[in-house]
Design a protein around this ligand. Structure first.
Ligand code: KIV
Length: 271
């Protein structure tokens, strides 16, 4: 028996059971093979190929420009590095909002070509038919409510969402709709902790929070933020576990100094 077959893979059913057992779910983003391997080895339950790749990999200001082909490429790279975690891939802006047939086509490409285990899309009632169509095709769907970055030009800011009653009520009703439609989990981004708690207690599918307080069923962070590669981004919700920006720039200047001074390579590093 190979080592691989002994690894218990995380599935959508595992996440559902974790909520039932009150075991917190962990999720991080990854966009490439090497990072996915480390993140998987570190023991996260789920890896998200977020469209935040547009920001941290490509340097765009918003997530809007990334294409389906580019997201499929990132997903292929991640899948090759993962043995245990459930792989969730974002469908990018413009690939599922216009009509349900197009949404299904995009989701099928992500599963078939990307090798994802499931997909994530942003929105509630507005994309009901797209979610229905994708779920009916047997593709697991993760929802995403609250601050949905693909709608940044509608919101105008990245501030906390659903602080007012009307938006909070819509979010609650969208969460119940996503559960009814058969989504297996739901990201809640940047909403008040009290509201995230209420939503998490009102639905049977797991909620995964980012800037949504401690009472979600799980937490997700962007990998580059949590390891401190992304110096300019310091929202209140972010906990940095490393300062890799300083570590890496320090290592690079050390290397530059060693080469300039002819210290590297030395005898033992030469043939
Ligand atoms: O694209 C992304 O990284 C995300 C997470 C922030 C949830 O959607």
């Amino acid at each position: 028996m190979s080592v691989h077959s002994e690894i218990k893979k995380i599935t959508t059913e595992t996440l559902r059971k974790m909520k039932f057992d009150k075991e917190k779910i962990t999720m991080l983003t990854a966009y490439d093979f090497t990072t996915a391997k480390m993140v998987d080895a570190g023991g996260v339950d789920s890896i998200l190929i977020g469209d935040s790749a547009a920001n941290v990999m490509a340097g765009f200001e918003t997530t809007l420009p990334i294409t389906l082909d580019q997201m499929i490429y990132h997903t292929q790279c991640v899948v090759r590095g993962v043995e245990r975690a459930l792989v969730v891939a974002d469908l990018p802006f413009g690939t599922y909002q216009s009509n349900p047939e197009k949404a299904l086509e995009s989701a099928v490409r992500m599963m078939k070509e990307g090798g994802a285990h499931s997909i994530k899309i942003e929105g509630g009632a507005e994309i009901e038919e797209s979610i229905r169509k994708i779920v009916n095709a047997g593709i697991p769907v993760m929802g995403h409510l609250g601050l949905t970055p693909q709608s940044i030009y509608k919101f105008g800011t990245y501030k906390v969402r659903a602080k007012e009653d009307a938006e909070a009520e819509k979010l609650m009703s969208d969460a119940k709709l996503l559960e009814e439609l058969g989504c297996f989990a739901l990201v809640l981004e940047k909403i008040p902790a009290d509201l995230a708690k209420k939503v998490s207690e009102s639905i049977s599918i797991p909620t995964i929070g980012i800037g949504a307080g401690p009472d979600c069923d799980g937490q997700v962070l962007v990998y580059h933020d949590m390891v401190g590669m992304n110096q300019g981004f310091s929202p209140k919700f972010l906990r940095r576990y490393l300062d890799l920006y300083t570590e890496i720039t320090g290592a690079v200047s050390h290397y530059v100094k060693d080469v300039k001074s002819a210290d590297f390579p030395n005898k033992s590093e030469s043939y």
